[in-house]
Structures are given as C-alpha cells and as structure tokens.
Design a protein. Structure first.
Lengths: 251, 388
C-alpha cells in the first residue's frame, strides 16, 4: 500500500525582503498505484512542492499536512522520510566529489533496508540497472554527479529509483534536458517502477512530451503556488494545444 | 655546484621578492622572529618549545629504513651537504637545523635506477623533552624512478632541514606522513630542486602533533620540470598545522600544481596554508595552479588560507589559484539524506569524498588504506560521535 496525502500545504522561503509564500494551499492525494502529473509554468512552485515533501531545510512549512500511509511526513527528518518510502528525483542533482556512485548506492541501499545488501546479488542488480539506463560499466566508479552530463544525471536518478524501490516517487522535471533517446530510457525506467505493486508517482513536468511515454492517471495544473485545474490525461492534451495562458490570465 | 654557481648558470640573479627572504645558512642573518614578520605571523612562537633559541642537542629520532636495491644511505658532513648545491635556508629554523644537526643523512637513489618498491624512512620520537635537530638529503639520480616515504610518529621537539635533488629526467614520488603524538612539535623546511624534464610528486599528510610547521620550497634546475605538491591535514582541538609552500618558477616551460585540503574540528584547531608562486622573467611558457580547500567541521576552528602569485613575465601558459574555507555543503548533505542516509553518515561520506581523490593519487595501496583509516579515526572523534 502507498498513499500520499497533501492537504492545504503552505510553504514559504526566506528572502532578502523577508519571508515569501510560495505554496499557497496545495491539496493533492496520490492513491495506491496512481501516477499524477503536475504541470505548470516556470516559477509556479513545482520544485518547491517537491523539495517540501522531501524536507529540504530551505523550505519552511507554515501550514497543512503531508501524510504517507497515514504517517506524518512533516515531522520526519529528511532521511527518515526516505526510509519511510519517499524518493525525490531532483531537477538539479548535487555533486558529491570523491564519493563513488557504487559507494553511494550501497550506502543508500543499506540505510533504506536497515541492512547491507547481499554482495553478489547487489552487484548484479546494480550492473543490470546501469545497463538498462545506458550507463557504461565505469560509471559506478565515478564521483556522484561530478562531471555528469545533464542526461547522465537524470538517468542516474532513475537508476536510484529502481534500486532503492521507494513507495512514492516524486520526479522533478526528470524529462528536461534529455534528447529523445534518453527520454525513452528514462521513461522505461519510470514505467518499470510503476509496474511494481502499488507504487505512486508524482511526475512534475513543464512539457507534455514525457506524457507520451508515461501515461498519468491524473493531471494537475499548477499556477502560482496552487492547483488551478485538474483532470484526466486529456487535460495534458489541452495544455499542449493551448498552453497556460488561460490560467495565467485568471490567476 | 653551489646555489650561486647554479644561479649564474641559469643567468638569473637575485629577485627582490616580497614573498621570501634571501636564503642563507648563516643563522645570524635570520633575525630572531618577533611574531610580526610576514613569515612568522601565523605561528604561535611560544609553542615551538624553545626551538628558536637553537640550543644544541644530540638527541635523535629512532630511524628504521627499508631500502630497495639501488638505494644507499650514508652520513655526510654539514659542509658536504651544503656543497651539493641546494637552496640554503629561508628562515631561522632552517638555518638552525643545519647548524645544530652535526651532519646530514644522505639517501642516494642511483641514476637510472627503477626501484621495485618504496624507500621507507620511519622516524619516531620518544619524548617532547628531547630537542632533535635533523638534516636530511634525498638525492634521486638522473632518469631514475623512485618512491620515498618519510613517516613521522611519536613525541618529540623536532626541527629539520631536508633537501631534495631530483635529477634530470627523474621521477620522484615523495610522501611525508606527519602522524605525531598529540604533544609533538615539528618544524621542517623542505627545499626541492627539480631537474630538467624531471617530475616530482610530493604528498604531505599532517594528522597529528601539537604544532607542525613545514615550509616546502621548490625551484627548477632547468626547463621542463614538473612539481605536483599535494597535501592533506586534519586538525583537532588545539592543534596548529601550518603548511607553507613556495614555488619559484626560475626556468622556462616548468609546471607546478599545488592541491592542499584540510579538515578542522574542535576548539582552537588552527590551520595555515600559504601558497606562494613566483614566476620569474626567464620563466616563459610555464603553467601553475594552486588550490587550498578547508572543511570546518565544528565551531571554534580557524583556517587561514593565503595564495600569492607574483608574475614577472607576461609569457605564461597558465596561472591561477583557488582557495576556500567552508562548512559542510547543505545541498550535498540534503542530497545524501534524501536517499535515506543518516546525517552523521552523510557527513562521513562527504569528508571521505573530500580527501579520497587526493589519497587515491598516492599509488601505494597499503599507505592509502592506512590514510583512509586514519581519516576514519579522526572523524570518529567528532563528526561520528552521534553514531556511537
Ligand atoms: N530560496 C528562494 N528565495 C527566493 N525565492 C525563491 C526561493 N526558492 C524559490 N523561490 C521562488 O519561488 C518560486 C517558485 O520556485 P520553484 O523553483 O518552486 O518553481 P518551479 O515551478 O519549479 O519552476 P521551474 O519550472 O523553473 O523549475 C519562484 O518564483 C522562485 O523564484
Ligand atoms: Mg522546478
């Protein structure tokens, strides 16, 4: 089972001119096995929502609740949230110099499972995932995200999704900066995750392109820190045709 | 060849550089420091335990040697050591070490030798009450290939002058490990001359001691030489670790690359890194880059980081420097923690990563393992406290 409930979430950041409210009451529920797409213009607060769910210290929650299978996510530390089953594929993954991908993955897997993975099967699993993600054999020995191309960073995020196997994945613009081949590889990875039992996905994107490969159950239009509209997959087609103008005009 | 003769041969005279005093063995020519001088202002002179007084002593460090074939160790007189034509002492401590050591240990790697293992000198001290003066000469013959490890352990009050002659076309990896007991005092001047087309890689690891102050001075005996100077230090509460580097690009087409990384933890941990590079008029087509990064792990530590580049010619291939003192990067910690990794474990990974790429370059597996283990021990004192 996996259910992520976001209720009336309000978030602010500190700026030079004092606090600035970015999320102005977001309500959204992802039920067992559902994929939701969030689409919205630049600066509408999509990454803020993703980071707030993951617990980034820069984002201050001023109201609302986030529950994962009924448990209060907002009272958990960043790493507790991950161990509870949340995963965030970041829009801009962070470089960690000197820490190899292999070491990073093993440490993360150990932390999530509460025990070290069996060496033999783990190595096999990692190699298989790397191959599916089109990352070559030397990739594991490179430092995390250091000198990775934009596409390699995103494929590495999805490789982690596959290996760490969370309950709910938040994917923040995993499609941006990918050429068509990489987009297919990444989409295949996400779809493989969705095929597993009861996995939830919150797919944040700016473009409809990825929705041709990953079919969402619901689409939410995000404008100025709020959900401005929601509907089925057909909403994405409408956005493709007409853009966000109609929402921006009334916002 | 004496230094003066060599300078004549290279047709270059004395340069009025604000970076460094004129080198000489004459102790009296180096005034007793008051602590305000540029080269002394960071050093807590009182904690040198009277080394600057220069009282004679015949105490020694215990020395164990591991010498592969092609290497000899002998004792030579002070005069013989000076006559080898290396750069004299840049400061009073260097001059005092030469004056008081009563001779030098000469390690000779035969020309064209290709050593099948590292030369190891394990020096250990028994007590801080023993003042020890040291004078060491490492001479690596032309076109030879060698790794020399100098490891320091134990307690002592030690002042050393070390000269390194890297022969033409030779490749030397020189590793200094300063893993002293908490009360040790260690001052050392290391003057290195890099031969024509020779390659020097020096690694300096300072992990223990009450006060460690080393000055590494590099110049070149001809064009085409390359010097890579890597350093790693980990200072705990109350420790003062000072690494001073001076690269004198006195020949064309020479290269230098300096990377020093340090971590500090605990009240009054203090580190100093000085990176001086002088590019002389003759030194056309040289390349230099120096970098110092410090990771401040707890409150109450202080890292000084001072790069200096003095350029007398416009015809250089590349010159630059970078220097940073910072705390943990919140974004790195967030990224790791968002994958379920606990905060202390994330910190451990970041510090390991910070040092790893330096340690990995050493190329002596057992030493790399030992260094990583030492970093782990250091981390256990503070950063990982919450874990245990
Ligand atoms: N630390 C901050 N300080 C000030 N403003 C911030 C901060 N973080 C975010 N913002 C502002 O909040 C708004 C929402 O940012 P966010 O990154 O969540 O948007 P987004 O929808 O992900 O945009 P994009 O499509 O460009 O990724 C923007 O106006 C942004 O400038
Ligand atoms: Mg964004």
């Amino acid at each position: 089972m996996s259910k992520l409930e976001i209720k009336d979430l309000r978030v602010q950041v500190q700026t030079e001119d004092g606090p600035k409210e970015i999320l102005k009451g977001v309500t959204l529920t992802i039920k067992d096995g559902e994929t939701h797409a969030i689409m919205g213009p630049n600066g509408s607060g999509k990454s803020t929502l993703a980071y707030s769910i993951a617990g980034h210290p820069r984002y201050e929650v001023t109201g609302g609740t986030v529950l994962l299978d009924g448990e209060d996510v907002l009272s958990m530390t960043v790493d507790e949230r991950a161990r509870a089953g949340l995963f965030l594929a970041m829009q801009y993954p962070v470089e960690v110099p000197g820490v190899s991908v292999a070491n990073f993955l093993r440490t993360a897997k150990t932390a999530i499972d509460g025990e070290a993975p069996k060496l033999r099967t783990w190595t096999k699993d990692v190699n298989a995932v790397m191959e599916r993600m089109n990352l070559d054999a030397t990739f594991s020995q490179r430092s995390v995200n250091e000198g990775f191309s934009g596409g390699e960073k995103k494929r590495h995020e999805i490789a982690q999704l596959d290996l760490l196997d969370p309950k709910v994945a938040v994917l923040d613009e995993t499609d941006s900066g990918l050429d068509i081949d990489a987009l297919k590889v990444v989409s295949d990875g996400v779809n493989r995750f969705r095929e597993r039992d009861g996995k939830g996905v919150l797919l944040i994107t700016h473009y409809t392109r990825i929705l041709r490969y990953i079919k969402p159950d619901y689409v939410h239009v995000f404008v100025d820190g709020r959900v401005a509209d929601e509907g089925g997959p057909e909403l994405a087609d409408e956005l493709e045709a007409n853009g966000y103008e109609k929402y921006l005009a009334t916002a | 060849m004496t230094a003066a003769v060599l300078n004549d041969a290279l047709e270059q005279g004395h340069v009025e550089s604000h970076l460094h005093p004129e080198p000489t063995y004459d102790v009296d020519a180096h005034p007793v420091p008051s602590g305000r001088e540029e080269i002394w202002r960071f050093t807590p002179l009182k904690r040198l335990r009277g080394l600057l007084d220069g009282a004679p002593s015949d105490s020694h460090l215990d020395i164990k040697e591991e010498l592969p074939a092609g290497v000899t160790v002998t004792t030579i007189s002070t005069e013989e050591a000076k006559a080898l034509g290396v750069t004299p002492a840049f400061d009073r401590l260097g001059a005092l070490a030469v004056a008081n050591a009563g001779g030098a240990i000469l390690v000779d790697v035969a020309a064209e030798a290709d050593l099948d293992g590292p030369v190891r000198l394990l020096l250990s001290g028994a007590s801080v009450d023993d003042v020890v003066w040291g004078h060491l000469v490492l001479r690596v013959g032309a076109h030879s290939r060698a790794t020399i490890l100098v490891e320091h352990t134990g307690s002592t009050t030690f002042d050393a002058f070390t000269t390194v002659l890297v022969g033409d076309g030779a490749q030397l990896d020189l590793v200094h490990v300063n893993d002293w007991a908490d009360d040790a005092v260690h001052a050392e001047q290391i003057n290195i001359r890099v031969g024509r087309d020779a390659t020097l890689r020096q690694f300096e690891f300072t992990l223990g001691g009450d006060l460690v102050r080393t000055s590494t001075n590099v110049d070149y005996a001809g064009p085409g030489g390359s010097a890579e100077l890597f350093g790693l230090y980990f200072a705990d509460a109350g420790q003062h670790f000072e690494h001073r580097l001076f690269v004198d690009h006195n020949a064309p087409k020479t290269k230098s690359h300096v990377v020093y990384k340090g971590a500090l933890q605990g009240a009054k941990a203090h580190t100093v890194w000085i990176g001086n590079v002088l590019i002389r008029k003759v030194a056309e087509g040289i390349e230099t880059f120096e970098e110092n990064r410090n990771l401040v792990l707890t409150d109450g530590c202080h890292a000084d980081s001072v790069p200096n580049l003095e350029i007398e010619t416009g015809e250089i291939a590349g010159a630059g420097h970078a220097s940073a003192v910072g705390r943990f990067d919140d974004e790195q910690l967030f990224y790791l923690r968002s994958r379920g990794i606990s905060e202390p474990e994330a910190r451990r990974l970041v510090v390991h990563g910070f040092f790893n790429d330096l340690i990995r370059r050493v190329g002596v597996p057992e030493l790399e393992e030992k260094l990583l283990a030492t970093v782990e021990d250091e981390l256990a004192k503070n950063v990982l406290k919450e874990l245990v």
